[in-house]
Write a protein that binds this ligand. Structure first.
Ligand code: 13P
Ligand code: SF4
Length: 319
């Protein structure tokens, strides 16, 4: 309209009034024009998963990002995941359609505090869960994800390990790797921390034959009653491999969608509290389209930080 000043937010809001089918058509067209790939985490909204070229867990997404020859990576996940994509593939434009999509657990390990902890434990090697900022990865010896945390810890050549930022994942690893002293950081994921044994038992009461699959970010109380402990994509494999036909899924409820899609013959139920990660739900179809059209918002890791962060990430990817 002549004379009117429309902000980016107005345009995204207007777009959200357009039906999904039209938005998807425009996204596919723009994706082709920009030679882009859309990488999607398992917790994303179903309509975002449906437009993904690859849907997966943190490790799978990092690997895909490192391998792609597309010019643009549209990352539908949270900030640390997009940063990891920028670390492993610096020649691509990495877009995070909602730049405020963060991970509160990653923010629980600020750079200054990590440096201070390293000074307090000079003999310890630092393993950073992928849910950390690029700056913290740059201070770390190894990186890991929920699917390889035990393996990475076994590989580390040190008696003492500073494991950050998830105390629950650290506790889980410490139970498997008993010949090393694991010093846990006091961070946690609020989504997984909120799942209690009562929430699992309530779901089990409704589905008494079900097996429980839990994410290792859950507390020990949950992990001790779970039949399977897996990363998000590992949950799909567990459901495929198990003879059970019903599962209680102790993680973010968005995970039910990829599980049903991959294993349609079986049934999946969230824990009674139906946990949601609000950050993971911030990305919408209209924001994806806007990102593709404008090639913003970009996630850029400063060159010097990237060079140092790449070392622990590459050590993990090479396993
Ligand atoms: P995954 O790597 O298992 O997908 O976990 C990422 C995450 O943020 C879980 O809360
Ligand atoms: Fe972070 Fe938890 Fe959300 Fe995963 S579910 S992105 S760990 S806040």
């Amino acid at each position: 309209m002549p004379g009117s000043e429309e902000s980016d937010t107005d345009i995204i809001l207007e777009r959200s009034l357009v039906d999904d089918e039209t938005l998807v058509g425009l996204i596919i067209e723009e994706k082709r024009r920009k030679n882009a790939v859309i990488l999607v985490h398992n917790y994303q909204r179903p309509e975002i998963q449906d437009i993904g070229d690859f849907i997966g867990d943190s490790l799978g997404l990092a690997l895909k990002a490192s391998e792609t020859d597309s010019d643009v990576i549209v990352f539908c996940g949270v900030h640390f995941m997009a940063e990891t994509a920028a670390i492993v593939n610096p020649d691509r434009i990495v877009l995070l359609p909602e730049i405020r999509a963060g991970c509160p657990m990653a923010d629980m390990a600020p750079l200054d505090a990590v440096r201070k902890a390293k000074r307090l434990h000079p003999n310890a090697k630092v393993i950073s869960y992928v849910n950390t900022t690029a700056a913290v990865k740059a201070e770390s010896d190894y990186c890991c994800t929920s699917s390889n945390a035990v393996r990475v810890t076994q590989e580390v050549d040190a008696d003492e390990i500073l494991f950050l930022p998830d105390q629950n994942l650290a506790g889980y690893v410490a139970k498997q790797v008993t010949d090393k002293r694991i010093i846990p950081w006091e961070g946690y994921c609020h989504v997984h921390q909120g799942i209690t044994a009562e929430h699992v038992l309530e779901a089990l009461e409704k589905h008494p034959g079900a097996e429980t699959i839990a994410h290792p970010e859950c507390t020990d109380e949950i992990l001790s009653i779970a039949d399977h402990i897996r990363s998000t994509s590992g949950m799909v494999a567990a459901a495929q491999e198990s003879s059970a036909t019903e599962f209680i899924v102790a993680t973010e409820s968005g995970m039910i969608y990829p599980l049903k899609r991959a294993v349609p013959s079986k049934s999946f139920y969230p824990t009674a509290n139906e946990p949601l990660c609000p950050n993971m739900k911030l990305i919408t179809l209209s924001k994806v389209l806007w990102a593709l059209e404008t090639l913003e918002p970009r996630v850029v890791v400063p060159r010097e930080v990237r060079a140092r962060a790449l070392i622990p990430v590459e050590k993990m990817l090479s396993l």
